[in-house]
Design a protein around this ligand. Structure first.
Ligand code: BG6
Length: 511
């Protein structure tokens, strides 16, 4: 793992879709925090590409306005004027050759101005249907070719001036947002196209969950400690549950959301990455490649839910009122809640139920991984009930970031009575309240530093889609095989209803 991520090499970040919401909400605020922390290269420029006719000044003003809206409270008073001088604008239509030809000239001019062959980072902050066209244009205009070849150079005097070792510059990298494709076929096609233009080491596929503090902590909890790892298997663990409940609704994203649904929106990526980290084998080393390989390995062993199994192993629902949202089909059968039961076809996890569920407009925010341990044998069990005492490790992302270990203890007193107690680890009390920003700081920094651990590999993309695709295909066939239930928004009643698939699959119910 790369712990020293300060990169001094001159870098240009090119953002396609520069006037959209993504840059205002995630990228610009994240860059601002990196700038304030002194983590950005001294020679750093952002070239925003979009169709609107804007001057550099107008572009900066546009960003300044969004800053006040999206920046965290503690920086409300910070003046971004100096920071924004690094932003310039490039007008162009993303589906037209000229845009890329003039962009190449624009970038060359910056290189000449600075007298170096700079690093180029291309960020696609555009709807996924535009990805293919942009990649192809990047290739035909020669923009994918790194000016520094494999290594590149920077004038010695520049490096010496900063008393730093001679860095390698001149690389080209591309940052891609999810969703990667809309199903297995399109994901593979997109990946193959990417693979012809870039090496895997140049491709940075974002799943911002990988950059979450608590998700990174899953690795440290498991592998920096030796408390649980020996028992982290089917001999000792009874089941794994992952919950992804949000109180937020579909908000302004009706048309997009209706075309994907909850399972693809968060299941295919965030939830499966949570599962991968909690179930992967110990990597042979802690470098990005080894960790990504282990994540992919476990995801490849998810047991498919076939059309025949779908009614027993999957459950979906939609909240009342969803169909009236702008952009949503009035007859939509898109799910806003999902639940899936599966398992992992690996010796370590043989026969262990894996459940994951998630939904919008739920009664509470709850994002967590729950590991339920089997009760001990012979069991110090309650004498007058069927119930057994079981331990749980709860890795929580929201509402509280931390790890809770649930265990049983003798209640003080004359009788030998047990009561449930917890060991609680709270990660921090002062989490920044701005959605995405903390994660994007790490993602941008790692991408500039060439550290791929927090990014999704091509194998992970294929494995997650291979698992999700058959379920989505079955669901899309209509409501005969798997009905779509409804629920009252801002409630959790659907969670109770969905327990029916646990009975179907004979998996022991959650207590
Ligand atoms: C996004 C989904 O990827 O993740 C959103 O598209 C979801 O629908 C969001 O709300 C959740 O991210 P976070 O960081 O708020 O948990």
């Amino acid at each position: 793992m790369n712990n020293a991520k300060n990169s001094i090499a001159p870098t240009i970040l090119v953002i396609f879709g520069a006037t959209g919401d993504l840059i205002a909400r995630k990228i610009a605020p994240a860059l601002f925090y990196l700038y304030k922390a002194g983590k950005l290269p001294t020679m750093f420029r952002v070239v925003g590409v979009a169709r609107r006719e804007l001057t550099d000044e107008m572009f900066r003003e546009h960003l300044r306005t969004s800053f006040t809206k999206y920046i965290g409270d503690r920086d409300k008073d910070s003046d971004p004027t100096e920071f924004l001088t690094s932003f310039v604008y490039h007008q162009g239509l993303l589906d037209v050759d000229e845009c890329y030809i003039s962009l190449a000239e624009h970038l060359e001019n910056i290189d000449e101005e600075w007298g170096v062959c700079t690093n180029k980072l291309f960020y696609l902050a555009v709807p996924p249907e535009l990805y293919k066209g942009i990649f192809e244009h990047l290739a035909t205009s020669g923009l994918t070719v790194p000016c520094g070849g494999e290594g590149g150079w920077i004038p010695l005097e520049v490096a010496r001036a900063r008393s730093a070792p001679l860095p390698l510059t001149g690389w080209t990298r591309v940052l891609v947002e999810k969703p990667f494709g809309s199903d297995l076929k399109t994901a593979v096609e997109l990946d193959e196209l990417l693979g012809t233009l870039f090496k895997e080491t140049q491709i940075y596929r974002i799943d911002h969950y990988l950059a979450k503090e608590m998700i990174q902590n899953v690795l440290s909890f498991r592998f920096a400690n030796n408390l649980f790892e020996d028992n982290w298997n089917s001999k000792h663990i009874e089941r794994i549950d992952i919950r992804f409940f949000e109180t937020l609704g579909v908000e302004e994203r009706g048309a997009f959301y209706d075309s994907v649904g909850a399972l693809v929106d968060v299941g295919q990526n965030h939830v499966l990455q949570m599962l991968a980290l909690v179930t992967m084998e110990r990597p042979h080393s802690y470098d990005a490649q080894a960790i990504r390989e282990e994540r992919a390995r476990v995801l490849k062993h998810l047991v498919d839910v076939t059309e025949n199994d779908a009614s027993k192993k999957t459950f979906r629902a939609q909240y009342n009122g969803y169909r009236t949202i702008k952009g949503v089909d009035p007859d939509s059968i898109t799910e806003t809640y999902f639940k899936v039961m599966t398992s992992l076809n690996l010796p370590r996890w043989e026969g262990i139920p894996v459940m994951f569920e998630g939904g919008k407009r739920m009664g509470e925010v709850k994002k967590e991984i729950v590991i339920t341990f089997k009760h001990p044998e012979p069991c110090l069990c309650p004498t007058n009930s069927e119930e057994h005492y079981k331990n749980k490790v709860v890795i929580g992302l929201e509402p509280q970031e931390g790890i809770t270990i649930q265990f049983w203890s003798k209640r003080p007193g004359l009788d030998f009575e047990m009561e449930e107690r917890t060991f609680d680890f709270v990660l921090r009390k002062d989490k920044r309240g701005v959605q995405y920003v903390e994660e994007y700081e790490k993602l941008l920094l790692d991408c500039i530093a060439g550290e791929q651990m927090l990014f999704v590999s091509t194998d992970e993309v294929k494995a997650t889609w291979s698992f999700i695709d058959p379920i989505v295909k079955t669901w899309k066939k209509g409501t005969d095989i798997v009905p779509i239930h409804t629920y009252v928004p801002d409630s959790n009643t659907i969670v109770e209803e969905a327990k029916i698939i646990e009975d179907n699959t004979n998996h022991s119910a959650v207590r």
